[in-house]
Ligand binder design. Structure first.
Ligand code: FEO
Length: 398
């Protein structure tokens, strides 16, 4: 059955929920699934705003057909973003709706040719251009790097729906609530943070530029390509992305540690004990068990970061090495960082973690602890002191 969900006058959700893909981008776990949101505006001319992953084409076309009045077809596909989770079905959509005009900016059209060999019946739009559908008036706003260079947003100035592409999106499927006033927001905002940090975070500076642009627009609904549609509190979607892209962080410490035989873990426990006793919110991740998707999200959430790692083959334990390279790629900033490690015969891990904080200009919280073997009682005390200093650094006057 295709029950059509309505966002505004003549405006319908024709997206799909994906519970089959285990790893988004073949990297990031999807325990709550993901939605590919697409929208249909039915006017004198009909516009489809974004599409879905190719695998879900049949369901997508059934939903479009259910929303289309008899005798109507889809005239335009507005491509806010070219990534294949929104365009994978494009060639077959063209066959299903002959005469479909593909609408995008110059970079979109370059990618259309590169990905799908499509260069006919395309309409190039520029920043601020308007497409009239009849009563509905679509205005295009280029927002590069949210999440690719061609990304744009489409504002229906008639209804005030802002089709925002990946921006303001999140993981999590929406069959239990498409709209912010019906969804489990605690869960969905957690999945939104994970989406932001996993997918968008590298481009945080460009997110800030995009948000400046969005703040000058008048809208009453935010409709992204993934996750919840914000009709009750659209400002919240924008303010969450604003907060995350500023990387200011909440009071709290994320602990990311590796330990082979338990020696580094015992040092971590001393530091964590001190944090807990000071009332600091703490998220602890053993990197051999926690997927980086969750670790990075918690690191983004908190002001403080405690890195702990044994030396492995004269350098970092591989899981820590992977995490630090990922954080460098995401251009992490504004963190208060504590470092501790252990070694058997040669150090290396602590030096590498120091290099990481130097490279990203993060604030190092002393003392740095490096224990030989199982460590001494004095090492344990230094870990407690590190925990206390981290608490001071992240809690401020709270
Ligand atoms: Fe949802 Fe960047 O694609």
């Amino acid at each position: 059955m295709n029950r059509t969900l309505t966002l505004a006058d003549d405006t319908f959700w024709v997206g799909v929920n994906d519970h089959e893909t285990e790893l988004f981008e073949a990297l990031w776990p999807l325990p709550y699934g993901v939605s590919y949101n697409a929208y249909l505006i039915v006017d004198e001319q009909v516009a489809l705003i974004d599409a879905v992953k190719g695998h879900f084409l049949t369901e997508h076309i059934q939903k479009i057909a259910a929303a289309l009045p008899p005798g109507k077809t889809v005239d335009y596909l507005i491509i806010n973003h070219m990534e294949p989770d929104h365009t994978g079905a494009i060639r077959i959509l063209r066959k299903a709706f002959p005469g479909l005009t593909l609408v995008g900016n110059k970079k979109t059209l370059d990618m259309l040719a590169a990905f799908y060999g499509l260069d006919q019946d395309c309409l190039e739009v520029k920043d601020g251009d308007v497409l009239e559908l009849g009563r509905h008036r679509l205005q295009f706003h280029l927002t590069p790097m949210l999440h690719w260079p061609e990304t744009m947003m489409t504002l229906d100035t008639t209804t005030g729906v802002l089709f925002s592409g990946d921006a303001f999106g999140g993981f999590g499927s929406v069959e239990q609530g498409l709209f912010d006033d019906e969804a489990d927001l605690e869960l969905m905002e957690g999945e939104m943070l994970r989406y932001y940090t996993n997918i968008i975070a590298r481009y945080s500076q460009m997110v800030q530029k995009g948000i400046e642009k969005v703040k000058n627009l008048t809208f009453r609904v935010v409709a992204p390509t993934h996750g919840v549609v914000w009709r009750k509190d659209p400002g919240r979607a924008v303010s969450l992305y604003d907060e995350w892209s500023r990387q200011e962080g909440e009071p709290g410490v994320t602990v990311a540690y590796a330990s082979m035989y338990g020696n580094t873990q015992r040092l971590v426990e001393s530091a964590v004990r001190a944090l807990v006793e000071r009332g600091v919110p703490v998220a602890v991740h053993n990197l051999s068990r926690s997927h980086a998707s969750y670790v990075v999200a918690d690191i983004w959430r908190h002001k403080g970061l405690l890195l702990a790692c044994p030396t492995y083959n004269t350098g970092l334990f591989p899981a820590m090495d992977d995490l630090l390279r990922l954080l460098e790629n995401k251009m992490l900033k504004n963190k208060q960082v504590g470092i501790l490690g252990s070694f058997a015969w040669s150090g290396g891990a602590v030096k590498a973690m120091r290099q990481f904080t130097d490279t990203l200009h993060l604030d190092l919280v002393e003392p740095v602890v490096e224990a030989k073997g199982a460590g001494t009682e004095e090492d344990g005390e230094k870990c407690r002191e590190l925990g206390e200093r981290l608490a001071d650094a992240v809690m401020g006057d709270e």
